[in-house]
Ligand binder design. Structure first.
Ligand code: ZN
Length: 250
């Protein structure tokens, strides 16, 4: 069985979801984490986890989704921890030109790591063009560490090692099927440090609906790891699942 540690289920239409859920169930996917990027998405993650026994809820404010109300939103995230939550996600840093100010992103990231610590929750975080700052922030928290994973990993081996040394798992997505630099990283890392995800969201830019990535496709990432590391698929499934269960609060 497999666990997909990062998806954007709240972004799908409700009518779509029951089909998506039954497809992952018939593909041996045991749990799917639904992450929040806004208050609305976070609330929806919680309600999906109440509706489907195998959906686990993540709540958080994504660094690219900080609005002018972001400070108020952070307080709301704090309140939402009164529900059954499996992780604080999706949080992190995103240093693209169009992104919110770095100081605001950093404050929101640190605030949400603290929410995780206060509630004994793991974090699954995003980093784009911001690996150094992400590392420094997490290092500063490492004396009271919240476990978790760096999602959609796209860095090099040294960056992966740094995160592992802080206690984080490396989460690979379908980009592992395409990029040689990621295959190289996966080859060198130990399987005990890896988890898998699809980062699924509605891909309207793909005209053929069949080609949208869904949680059922997390198996493709496991198959790629099996090929790269020459380890049986069953073992990849079992070990990545137990790696995920080592930090996800169920
Ligand atoms: Zn995401």
């Amino acid at each position: 069985m497999f666990i997909d540690i990062h998806t954007h289920l709240p972004q799908y239409d409700d009518e779509e979801l029951s089909g998506i859920v039954s497809r992952w169930r018939s593909n041996n996917v045991k749990f799917v984490v639904s992450t929040g990027t806004t208050i609305e998405d976070s609330r929806k993650s919680i309600s999906l986890s109440n509706k489907y026994y195998d959906v686990l809820s993540g709540i958080g404010l994504h660094p690219s989704d900080l609005t002018s109300e972001w400070k108020k939103d952070l307080q709301e995230i704090k309140k939402l921890t009164n529900n059954k939550i499996s992780m604080i996600s999706e949080i992190g840093l995103d240093y693209q030109e169009s992104s919110p100010k770095k100081v605001e992103q950093i404050e929101a990231f640190e605030f949400q790591i603290q929410i995780a610590l206060d509630n004994n929750l793991p974090i699954v975080f995003h980093t784009r063009n911001a690996m150094e700052d992400t590392y420094e922030i997490l290092k500063n928290f490492s004396f009271t560490y919240a476990p978790g994973a760096i999602h959609y990993f796209d860095g090099n081996y040294d960056q992966a090692k740094n995160m592992i040394n802080l206690g984080y798992k490396i989460s690979f997505a379908k980009t592992l099927l395409r990029y040689d630099h990621l295959k190289e990283v996966a080859k060198k890392l130990s399987l005990k440090d890896m988890v898998i995800e699809t980062d699924s969201y509605p891909q309207h830019f793909k005209k053929n609906r069949e080609r949208w990535t869904e949680p059922k496709d997390v198996k493709l990432v496991a198959e790629e790891i099996s090929k790269i590391k020459k380890i049986k698929l069953d073992d990849v499934a079992q070990i990545t699942t137990s790696n995920s269960l080592s930090f996800i609060k169920i």
